[in-house]
Design a protein around this ligand. Sequence first.
Ligand code: PGA
Length: 249
Amino acid sequence: MRRPLMAGNWKMYKTAAETAAFFEKFNPQVANATHCDIVICPPFPNLAAAVEATRGTRIGIGGQNLYWAKEGAFTGEVSGPMLVGVGAQWVIIGHSERRQYFGETDETVLKRTVAALEEGLYPIVCVGERLEEREAGQTETVLVRQFRDGIGGLSPEQFARIAIAYEPVWAIGTGKTATPEMAAEAHRSLRAQVEARYGKGAAELARVLYGGSVKPDNIKGLMAQVEIDGVLVGGASLEAASFASIVNF
Ligand code: PGA
């Protein structure tokens, strides 16, 4: 049985004060949610506030990116040891917004994932096709390429510690969710690739999350798919009641 992972990606939203206010409301609403792992990924400057606000709870905190060097002259970047130092345990890697606006590639996704694993962080690695790729019937081709050139480069031991998030780019922040069946189909394709590369056992254990306009009103249908092991939630994770109802699906 794969344990569900419910993760919130706050993107570039919330100040430190807003972060503390969120957890004050959120923590009691998920205090009984022992059926899943809960993770929130705030912007870097609010990691410390988030770690502080979730001390003694089962909520994990993660970064939204990291650089592969431990330190150096890389203005504006943040490293794995820095995330660990502030108390983060998770990190999102290769989000489509990073790929689209900040030049992230499958190769840099792999480097960042290896760096995160070296520090003992749990990476949530994002893949997914753009609208024109889906319309051209290339969804599977894109997922194969992103897997092969990205996380497929991990060793079996490294792979065992990551979660994959399938996020069709056309569904992110658009209100257009992939239907549960569409998501499950992409998840099956990803799991088949995991099996081909890492074997049946690894494919059975791999957690594959869905992301893209997940809301309280579509979470049940998504989680009813055996292929879907959790979700990566943007907009609907910003409000305590809404993310709590997703967690407590
Ligand atoms: P959304 O974002 O839930 O706002 O569509 C998901 C994501 O980008 O991870």
